[in-house]
Design a protein around this ligand. Structure first.
Ligand code: ADP
Ligand code: MG
Length: 352
C-alpha cells in the first residue's frame, strides 16, 4: 500500500470552523501521520462516519446541543452500530457518589480533559459532581480557573495532616453542580511522605468518606504514573475509565495498567471494575486513527465506549479559558461528544 494512503482518506468535513486557530495543529498532525506506519497494513476498510453525531446549529428538539439520539443502527466511529443513549432522568435526591478514577500512566492522553468535560456534562444533566485533582501538576484545578499557588490547603494537606475538614477545601466552579478538590505542586511530596503510613493505600478513600453522600459522581484525575497516589485513587474508586489516545503506541502500557487494576481488585478493593475505555484525539479523516480504534475494539470489545472524542483545538482553547468546553463553546461537537459520553456512562450504570 502506498504510504500516502495511510493518511487523509476522508475530506475534512467537520473542522472548518476551527481552521484559523487550528493551522499549527493540523500541520503537526500531518507530520505525525507520515511518521507513523498503519497498525495493520492491508486493504483499506470502508470509510467510517466522522466521530460522534454532528451538532446542528439549531437544535430541533430544544435539547442541549449534542444530546440528539444516535440510534438507527448507523455505524459509529468504533465500527459498531451506535446505540441511542437517552437523555437521563432528572435525579430527585443526591448521593451516595459513585467514584471513578481516570487512569492511564501515559501522559497527554486526555485524562484531565475528560475529567473536566465529562464532569461538566454530568453536571448539566443535574448530577452533583466533584472532581478530585490528584496530579501534582494541578492541571485540572488550573483548567477550572483556580489559582493553585494561592491555596493554603489542598488535597495534599488532607492526605498528610489530620484535623482538616474536606468541605473547607472543596471549591465551587462557575458550572452549577460542579465542584473541585484542588491540588498543586505540594502533592508531589505526598507519595514519599505516605509510604510509611498505616494503610497507606486507603488514605484518599478515608479523606473522601465524609462527602460521598453530597455527590452523585466523583471523578479522580490521576497523575501519569502507577505510583502510590494512583493506587490510592483506584482503592477509593468503584470504577476506572481509561482514556486512550488514538495513536500508534496507544495500547502500550495498557496491559500493565490492567494488571495493576486486577491486583488492586484482588488485594485492596474488590468492587473495582473497568467502566470503559475511551478513545480520545480521534481523527476520522485518517485511516490511522480508525485502525487504532479498530484494534482497541478488537482487544477490549464492549469495554470500549461507543463515544469517541475527536481531536480539536477547542479543548486546549477551553482549558486556556479555564472553562469546560460545554460552556466555552456549548454547540461545538466536542461538547456534544462529552455529553454523549455522560449519557453513555449513565446508561451503562457507571453513574447515577
Ligand atoms: N480531544 C482532544 N483534541 C485536541 N487536544 C486535546 C484533546 N484532549 C486533550 N487535548 C490536549 O492535549 C493535552 C493533554 O491532554 P490532557 O487532558 O491534559 O491529558 P492527560 O491528563 O492525560 O495528561 C492538553 O493540552 C489538552 O488540552
Ligand atoms: Mg492530566
Amino acid at each position: 500500500m502506498d504510504s500516502s494512503e495511510t493518511q487523509t482518506v476522508m475530506p475534512s468535513t467537520d473542522e472548518t470552523a476551527d481552521q484559523p486557530t487550528e493551522s499549527t495543529q493540523t500541520t503537526q498532525d500531518a507530520t505525525h501521520a507520515t511518521e507513523r506506519p498503519a497498525t495493520r497494513p492491508g486493504p483499506e476498510p470502508e470509510p467510517m462516519p466522522p466521530a460522534n453525531e454532528p451538532v446542528p446549529a439549531t437544535n430541533r428538539s430544544g435539547h442541549l446541543p449534542g444530546t440528539e439520539e444516535a440510534g438507527d443502527g448507523q455505524l459509529g466511529p468504533t465500527g459498531r452500530p451506535l446505540p441511542s443513549f437517552p437523555e437521563p432522568q432528572p435525579l430527585t435526591a443526591h448521593g451516595p457518589a459513585r467514584v471513578i478514577a481516570m487512569c492511564n500512566q501515559k501522559g497527554g492522553v486526555g485524562k484531565t480533559t475528560t475529567t473536566i468535560n465529562l464532569g461538566a456534562a454530568l453536571a448539566e444533566y443535574g448530577r452533583k459532581v466533584l472532581l478530585v485533582d490528584f496530579d501534582p501538576q494541578g492541571a485540572l484545578s488550573v483548567g477550572l480557573g483556580i489559582a493553585t499557588h494561592d491555596l493554603d490547603v489542598t488535597v495534599y494537606n488532607l492526605l498528610t495532616e489530620r484535623g482538616h475538614d474536606v468541605r473547607d477545601v472543596i471549591q465551587h466552579t462557575k458550572v452549577e453542580g460542579l465542584d473541585v478538590l484542588p491540588a498543586n505542586i505540594d502533592l508531589s511530596a505526598a507519595e514519599v511522605q505516605l509510604v510509611g503510613e498505616v494503610a497507606r493505600e486507603q488514605i484518599l478513600a478515608r479523606v473522601m468518606r465524609p462527602i460521598l453522600d453530597d455527590y452523585d459522581v466523583i471523578l479522580i484525575d490521576c497523575q501519569p504514573s502507577l505510583g502510590l497516589l494512583t493506587v490510592n485513587a483506584l482503592t477509593a474508586a468503584h470504577g476506572v475509565l481509561i482514556p486512550l489516545e488514538c495513536e500508534f503506541f496507544a495500547m502500550r502500557g495498557v496491559a500493565l495498567l490492567v494488571e495493576t487494576i486486577e491486583k488492586i481488585t484482588d488485594r485492596l478493593n474488590p468492587r473495582l471494575q473497568i467502566d470503559g475505555i475511551l478513545a480520545t484525539m480521534f481523527d476520522g479523516r485518517t485511516l490511522h486513527s480508525r485502525e487504532v480504534v479498530a484494534s482497541v475494539v478488537e482487544h477490549f470489545g464492549d469495554q470500549v465506549f461507543h463515544t469517541v472524542i475527536s481531536r480539536t483545538v477547542k479543548f486546549p482553547d477551553a482549558t486556556l479559558a479555564a472553562e469546560p468546553i460545554t460552556t466555552y463553546d456549548s454547540t461545538h461537537k466536542g461538547a456534544g461528544a462529552y455529553r454523549q459520553l455522560a449519557r453513555e456512562l449513565i446508561s451503562r450504570g457507571g453513574a447515577a
